[in-house]
Design a protein around this ligand. Structure first.
Ligand SMILES: [Zn+2]
Length: 151
């Protein structure tokens, strides 16, 4: 099941890739159905908040009709940053599934683990490594191409 939904998040990441955005995709499920999909649009929207997770949370909240997403699971192709990890805690999402970790900027265990701070009122269950190879390969390909273009 996790792989199936991560594959959908990966499809979103590929859409970002086509727009020359860092390929990060996200889906949010409820009752084993996808209720929101999104991908990184930071450059196209010229907005530092336009991360895949934030926009997926926006869509999911509209569908659920509540700021609490307590019955949802998030699938994201790259470990969330500090902003998105904060939003995940604010939305009370109980579980996040991550493909690739991000040692330089991730806040679900790499740089920090904002999803599991005991002193906050909400902690998030983390599953990582789902479709890790494919999602990492996509990111590596993106940055390799970017370096070639810059030359
Ligand atoms: Zn983020």
């Amino acid at each position: 099941m996790d792989e199936k939904f991560m594959r959908e998040a990966l499809k979103q990441a590929k859409k970002a890739y086509k727009l020359e955005e860092v390929p990060i995709g996200c889906v949010i499920t409820m009752n084993e159905k996808i209720i929101a999909r999104s991908y990184n649009k930071r450059n196209s929207k010229k907005n530092p908040l336009a991360h895949a997770e934030i926009m997926a949370i926006n869509k999911a909240s509209k569908i659920v009709g509540d700021w609490r997403l307590e019955e949802c699971t998030m699938y994201v192709t790259l470990e969330p940053c500090q902003m998105c990890a904060g939003a995940i805690v604010q939305a009370r999402i109980p579980r996040v599934v991550i493909a690739s970790m991000n040692p330089k900027a991730g806040c679900a265990g790499s740089v920090l683990n904002l999803l599991q701070v005991e002193r906050f009122n909400h902690q998030v269950e983390i599953t990582n490594g789902v479709l890790e190879e494919e999602c990492t390969a996509l990111l590596q390909e993106f940055f390799r191409e970017l370096r070639v273009k810059k030359k």
